[in-house]
Each structure stands twice: as C-alpha cells, then as structure tokens.
Design a protein around this ligand. Structure first.
Ligand SMILES: [Zn+2]
Length: 216
C-alpha cells in the first residue's frame, strides 16, 4: 500500500511538498514525540492527549500540519477519479453540499466542483500554515489570539475531505487497498478533534454512522 501511494505521487506533478518541521525546533521535538507514541502501538484515543507539560497550541499546531499533509496525500491518490465530470458539486452524498468562501475570489459562498473546492482548500491551508503570523515557528514568538479559531476552521474543512472521499470515492479507496490506511488516519483525526472539541458536532453528522462503527 505504501508503495501504491508513492507511485501515485510520482506521477502527480501537482502534488505539494510536505510542510516539514525544522529539526532542532521545539515543534519538531513535539512532532517526533507524537510520531513515536503513534508507532508505539498505543491506542489512537490516548495518543491524541496533550502530553504533560506541553503547550496546547503547540500540540494543535503539530497535529494540524500533520493532518494536512496526510489528508492532502489521501485526496491526491483519489484526485484522478474526482473530476469536474464525476463530482461537479462538492458534496457528501445527496444531503450535504459544501460551498466555498474565502477572502479573495469567493467572498460569497460559491457552489464549486469537488476538485476545484479541494484545490482552493489545500492552497488556503498551505498559505495559513506557512504564515509566520498564524503558525509561528520561531522560538518565543507567541501564537495569535485567534489561533484555535483558525485551527477549528482548518480542521472543519479538512473533515469535509474525508466526507467527500468516503461517500463518493469509497470504491477507489477499496480498489487501491487503502481502506485500513484511510481509516487509521480518520480515526486519529476524529479522536483528536473530539479530545479538544475542535469541530462542531453538526459537521460530523455526514459520517456519524461510519464513525460509530469504526471509532468505538
Ligand atoms: Zn470527487
């Protein structure tokens, strides 16, 4: 499966380089800590808890960047099968439709195709996590006051990627043999947002049944 993901990306020129944590920084140490506990076989519900003595904003920052990288990779593997034709509207089944809004081109919520929505979404997150005023990386530079609010919005929008992928592209997940991988990422993400109440309950509704089944 790992090979399969790599192969897909080797072909995909639109793939974005992963955002990395600079070695030697506190955030990098925290990222390594989070990765180590993930690999230690601890259950996902406990690995998301804030380690004693750590700062919650640092912990959230590390996870937001990591989830962005992983979810972006998952969507990238599906991207060939998610087109203007297959998905003319960004949706999660017939009951949920998502409109895009930003401070640039789409000041009013716009009905867009899924691939267009995803491209704007990934660009938007990428510019935020690379903005030193929002995600400071220098030692001693504090997070902005609205940091958790910004992260709520990022995570809420990333959740919609799962909604679309699970509901509209589940056959692709299966055919690529990626189900276990995607489920693990989803569970980790879900436990994380629940642990810190980062995404409104209503947003989780489209995947509620599946969540009950896989996140016990
Ligand atoms: Zn699609």
């Amino acid at each position: 499966m790992a090979l399969c993901l790599k192969q897909v990306f080797a072909k995909d020129k639109t793939f974005r380089p992963r955002k990395r944590f600079e070695p030697g920084t506190q955030r990098f140490e925290l990222y390594k800590k989070a990765q180590a506990s993930l690999k230690s076989g601890l259950d996902l519900r406990s690995v998301v808890r804030l380690p004693p003595g750590e700062n919650i904003d640092d912990w959230i920052a590390v996870h937001v960047v990591d989830f962005f990288n992983r979810i972006n990779l998952i969507y990238g593997t599906m991207a060939e099968r998610c087109s203007e034709t297959t998905c003319p509207v960004m949706a999660g089944g017939p009951r949920y439709e998502y409109r895009w809004q930003d401070e640039r081109q789409y000041r009013r919520p716009a009905k867009l195709s899924a691939p267009r929505y995803m491209a704007l979404l990934m660009d938007w997150i990428e510019s935020l996590i690379n903005d030193e005023d929002v995600f400071p990386t220098r030692v001693g530079v504090p997070f902005p006051k609205n940091f958790q609010q910004v992260c709520n919005k990022i995570l809420t929008r990333l959740f919609r990627v799962f909604v679309h992928v699970y509901i509209h592209h589940f056959d692709s997940i299966l055919s690529m043999g990626a189900e276990a991988h995607v489920n693990t990422c989803y569970k980790h993400f879900y436990y994380f947002i629940r642990e810190f109440s980062l995404v409104d309950q209503r947003e989780l509704e489209p995947l509620r049944e599946m969540t009950e089944r896989i996140c016990h």
